[in-house]
Design a binder for this molecule. Structure first.
Ligand SMILES: Cc1cc2nc3c(=O)[nH]c(=O)nc-3n(C[C@H](O)[C@H](O)[C@H](O)COP(=O)(O)OP(=O)(O)OC[C@H]3O[C@@H](n4cnc5c(N)ncnc54)[C@H](O)[C@@H]3O)c2cc1C
Length: 454
């Protein structure tokens, strides 16, 4: 809020709520994997999350699809993200909460539908089983710096008031690089022109007639195009809908939320976010009325749920020791300090539509390695940053922001935190070979036994 005079906040003695070896902020795919990896290596670990459930955008924004677990390896669809990802899949499978992988993006790659409620419970159990303390309903709001390069504590605000959580290593999995920004680690925002990838509001549809709706997914974009030719306007080109595990339920990704001036809603600006939530829900209703009126099988359908929050694809991206680029994605890059791989293409949500760029499949191996240096921020010593706010260019992030690579980065960050504490050195100085050995021992695939063929 612009206030001409500002308000002087009284200085307060803040209660210390706890002290942990590893403090993880954010319960999305990167935070879950980071906390699980740190917790099961015997480190006292806390995960702080502003909502009352885990999953991050994967649940709060109604994503319901794992992208980036698979790659198109010389024309063969293979799962290339392993480790904690496998355990999540196993838990979902046992709950009947995971579909077989399906072809996506013009059949070039596979993705996999999961049940949103099963996912929340599977993640609770994964973290509790890894010895992690979960703190829900706690919004991180700042840091206390021990020195100008070392974080001492994270401040949280909750119904219990303000508190400080002390830690030895902090892992920022907030998606927005909150800890990185507060502690003075350099970051970039958007495409250099002030615009990020555009957000979307997803919604769930129920009471669909599964037989009559069989072709709904392919039919809808065509029906929308025809309506546009007659002068109707939609918020987004290329609307997507997909049947869920129970085929009476579908999830739609059919909105694109802009500010009134046409720029992308900024996920770090509370006033733009407030505008975006209202506008996103309005778009859901508008698009759904069209879907219901023209798509066979949807005549008696209704919106059972609009996502709890606007889906934010990109905000801050830290400038770490290495920034993953579009050339790395398209060229299937190798890195000596690989912590895992990413096979998802560049998927850029722009003002005018979605731009997809694949590596040269099937002639290339279809995935790039992810370097440890992309989760190492500059300047701040006891911080790792994993997930969609890790060190990537705008274009690189348009690819490696999806669940698969976020799980990879998170698992590596949690393991690196333990190795760093054990060795008594900062994360940037650990023996990376030890980290790679640990990750492979824990089931991760680092992409090392493939030749790069482009
Ligand atoms: C509309 C949309 C569709 C998408 N579709 C897919 C898809 O089909 N498949 C796929 O794999 N990916 C998809 N993605 C991308 C993917 O969901 C995210 O990029 C991924 O979840 C990022 O993981 P993350 O762990 O980095 O962050 P997030 O999932 O964003 O999690 C961050 C977590 O941190 C918490 N948090 C943030 N700040 C604070 C704070 N200050 N205090 C406390 N808690 C905080 C948040 O509540 C959240 O739970 C989509 C994204 C969007 C927006």
């Amino acid at each position: 809020m612009n206030n001409r005079y500002g308000v002087i906040a009284e200085s307060r003695n803040t209660t210390v709520m706890g002290e942990y070896d590893v403090v993880v902020l954010g319960g999305g795919p990167s935070g879950i994997a980071a906390a699980a990896a740190a917790g099961r290596s015997g480190r006292s670990t806390i995960l702080i999350e502003r909502y009352g459930f885990l999953g991050g955008s994967g649940t709060a924004a109604c994503i319901s699809d794992f992208c980036g677990l698979h790659a198109n390896v010389h024309g063969e669809h293979r799962q290339v993200v392993h480790g904690i990802a496998d355990e999540i899949q196993d838990r979902l499978q046992k709950m009947g909460g995971l579909k077989e992988p399906h072809l996506s993006l013009r059949s070039m790659i596979k993705a996999q539908v999961y049940d949103l409620s099963a996912y929340k419970i599977a993640l609770d159990e994964l973290l509790l089983g890894s010895g992690v303390k979960i703190l829900f309903h706690a919004m991180a709001a700042g840091v206390h710096m021990e020195t100008d390069r070392q974080i001492g504590a994270l401040f949280i605000e909750s119904k219990s008031g303000r508190a400080a959580i002390r830690g030895r290593i902090f892992i920022d999995c907030s998606g927005d690089g909150d800890i990185a920004a507060w502690s003075g680690a350099p970051f970039e925002y958007g495409d250099g022109l002030g615009n990020t990838l555009y957000p979307s509001m997803k919604f769930r549809i129920n009471n669909v007639d599964p037989v009559r709706a069989k072709d709904g997914r392919n039919l809808l974009p065509r029906l929308m195009e025809e309506a546009e030719a007659r002068g109707r306007k939609f918020p987004r080109k290329g609307a997507l809908m997909r049947a869920q595990i129970n085929p009476i339920e579908w999830v739609a990704n059919a909105t694109l939320v802009k500010n009134p001036d046409g720029t992308a809603v900024d996920g770090t600006n509370v006033e733009q976010l407030s505008y975006g939530e209202v506008e996103g829900r309005r778009q859901c209703w508008e698009v759904f009325e069209f879907i219901k009126s023209v798509t066979p099988g949807f005549e008696n359908a209704y919106i059972v749920d609009i996502a709890a929050q606007l889906g934010i694809r990109q905000t801050r991206r830290i400038k770490g020791e290495y920034m993953l680029t579009e050339a790395d994605i398209l060229g299937c890059a190798d890195f000596d300090d690989s912590i895992g791989v990413n096979g998802w293409p560049v998927e850029a949500h722009t003002a005018t539509g979605v731009i997809i760029k694949f590596a040269n499949v099937p002639h290339s191996r279809g995935f790039n390695q992810l370097p440890y240096r992309m989760i190492l921020p500059q300047r701040v010593e006891n911080l790792l940053v994993a997930g969609r706010c890790a060190s990537m260019t705008h274009e690189g992030q348009s690819s490696a922001r999806v669940s698969g690579p976020c799980l990879v980065m998170g698992q590596a960050a949690g393991s690196a935190a333990d190795i760093s504490l054990k060795a008594g050195v900062w994360p940037r100085s650990i023996d990376v070979a030890k980290l790679q050995e640990r990750l492979e021992h824990d089931g991760a695939f680092l992409g090392r036994q493939y030749e790069t063929i482009t």
